[in-house]
Design a protein around this ligand. Structure first.
Ligand code: BG6
Ligand code: MG
Length: 216
């Protein structure tokens, strides 16, 4: 019998590819402030909270803003982002994500979301996946950003499980580190050279199945 009782999924980059919308909205904000940033710099924003992302972008543009101005700018970016995600459809679910979620539930394992996003419920509703999660822990419920394990520890707790019974699925190195320091197994989604420390690295959930899960 496997000791695995639940899977905890990051959202952006694991279940859906919202990175492109985040990029468009941040780019619009940077342009609004009179500068630009590259796609390469954008990679550094993966898994990073909204406010911290803004601070990094302001640093890249060499722009200083007060805390109040930062809050206003983060709100402005979010209003543009929210406008875009309103149009999201089920065909934006990443390959294999829905199938794996269904297989996990079929095997009577629990599912939770562990995301930094404050927009996770809207996104899951738009793509029609919200019913497949037993619990949703996101940017509205946590105070510490990944690599702090808070989001995943709260995920395990919300399911009434020990961290060691949970497997985390993450595309950001900060998220992989968060899972490890929370005492969980972790499957990296992306590149094995970047996602060091993960128990297994796959290109996407289309490469995942219950056999691989039980062997972790
Ligand atoms: C993470 C994304 O999932 O959520 C980040 O990878 C994003 O790019 C963060 O900044 C916060 O999201 P939101 O929707 O609350 O601005
Ligand atoms: Mg992610």
């Amino acid at each position: 019998m496997s000791t695995i009782k639940a899977c905890i999924f990051d959202l952006d980059g694991v279940i859906v590819d919202t990175a492109v919308y985040h990029f468009k909205a941040w780019k619009r904000l940077a342009n609004h402030l009179g500068f630009d940033f590259t796609e390469e710099e954008n990679e550094k924003l993966k898994g990073v909270s909204r406010v911290r992302s803004l601070q990094l972008i302001l640093e890249w543009g060499g722009v200083e803003k007060s805390e109040t101005e930062q809050a206003e700018l983060a709100d402005l970016k979010n209003s543009w982002y929210v406008e875009m995600i309103q149009e999201m459809k089920p065909d934006e679910i990443l390959p294999g994500a829905k199938e794996f979620l269904l297989a996990v539930r079929q095997a009577e394992l629990k599912t939770a979301l562990g995301s930094a996003s404050k927009n996770s419920r809207t996104i899951l509703e738009k793509v029609g996946l919200i019913e497949l999660f037993d619990s949703i822990i996101d940017g509205n419920t946590v105070s510490a950003s990944k690599p702090d394990p808070e989001v995943f520890l709260k995920g395990a707790e919300s399911l009434g499980l020990e961290p060691s019974a949970c497997v985390v699925f993450e595309d950001a190195i900060a998220g992989v580190q968060a899972a490890i320091s929370g005492g969980m197994k972790v499957v990296g989604i992306g590149d094995a050279q970047t996602l060091t420390g993960a128990n297994l690295v796959i290109a996407g959930l289309h490469e995942m199945n219950l056999d691989k899960l039980y062997k972790l």
